[in-house]
Design a protein around this ligand. Sequence first.
Ligand code: S3P
Length: 450
Amino acid sequence: MSGHGPAQPLTAVKSGPLNGTAQVPGDKSISHRSLILGALSVGETRIRGILEGDDVLATAEAMRVFGADVTRSEDGEWSVHGVGTGGFAEPEDVIDCGNAGTGVRLIMGAMATTPIAATFTGDASLRSRPMARITDPLALFGAAAYGRAKGRLPLTMIGAAHPVPVRYTLPVPSAQVKSAVLLAGLNAPGQTVVIEPEATRDHTERMLRGFGAELTVEDTPEGRVITLTGQPELKPQSIDVPRDPSSAAFPVCAALITEGSDVLVPNIGLNPTRAGLFQTLRDMGADLTYENERAESGEPVADLRARFSPDMTGIEVPPERAASMIDEYPILSVVAAFASGKTHMPGVRELRVKESDRIDAMAVGLRANGVTVDEGDDWWTVTGLGPQGVSGGARVEAWLDHRIAMGFLCLGLAAKNGVTVDDASPIATSFPDFQGLMEGLGATFRGDDD
Ligand code: S3P
């Protein structure tokens, strides 16, 4: 698993046009939720198109140790025989969630109202990330957590024996926190209410409804008020996982900055809580079109077509859009380096507590490759050098962060000189075939041995 094995350096070099069709993997957020909600249902949930990346595989393994029967058939369809709401068994050993913040935080929520104990750990990245944002609201249900300073992993969670429902206003715009509280609310009596002042991705709400829970959402002056009625009997589902817009972002952005490119990325979910990057790219003047727009399973979907866009200009990215593109700022900063003028990205403090401090990781690496970046606590600005202006040529650190690694490899495809990331292995957490898919479009990479 990434972060536990030897580092795998990888270099991306200036590449000819990227052309063709990019079939990106299933959505990571929806894949985690499919497994967890399947495990909390009685009966068999079937899942097609799941992301078979390290993060999701760790969640599948965790659901097994909590007692669900999780299997994969040869044709790639997954099956989860769940144990029902409140039915989790106590794990015999420590649960290693690898690099996955979403996995560990949602699972902690899902077990917090069942009277069992579980100990969680992860790789060096996950062990450095804040967990108090999860354990604080879970304590309101009656759960107890014992971790390292600031609630860091390894951490033992003891689920509430007599959970009470909770009313909780999110102090940070985080779908993981919202989802942990809602999943805990599943096994509390009465109504659990989560208020989110800023809308974040709403997959948990949509899927809880799909699994038969009673859940209402009201837009109020305080924000989105989500009310869940506890102790439902969740009904198993048949799920088609849409393709991940956060993974689509890499071939799309690589095409925009690589001369002569024309790439189609089919079947991408354009849920408004996830599609902020694509709007931002269009605002910058990118040649990015939505083809074959349609609705699938209640979600807007389209085929994205991205062509080389030499005339992009820097913009002020609206801070209210941040939650809908929070994972896409690293690759946006790469595109911004090839635009003309400054791209200012305010209201993004959350980037500092992702798999890495993403503002710092990108700023250091972009500067090493000849790009000017200014930063403050919750903002950063990239000064674009135009379509042919980025020198590249540096070796950068990925900090065990898949999106940092992929972002810099895309930079190397369009810069004058190749760009090396010290360790590409974390890419396997969300986009296992990134290198093969990009090579299929015409990208050139070199490993240490080449
Ligand atoms: C996710 C929520 C986001 C995002 C992460 C996936 C989810 O994290 O960065 O990659 O699936 O709920 P936060 O909730 O911390 O913003």
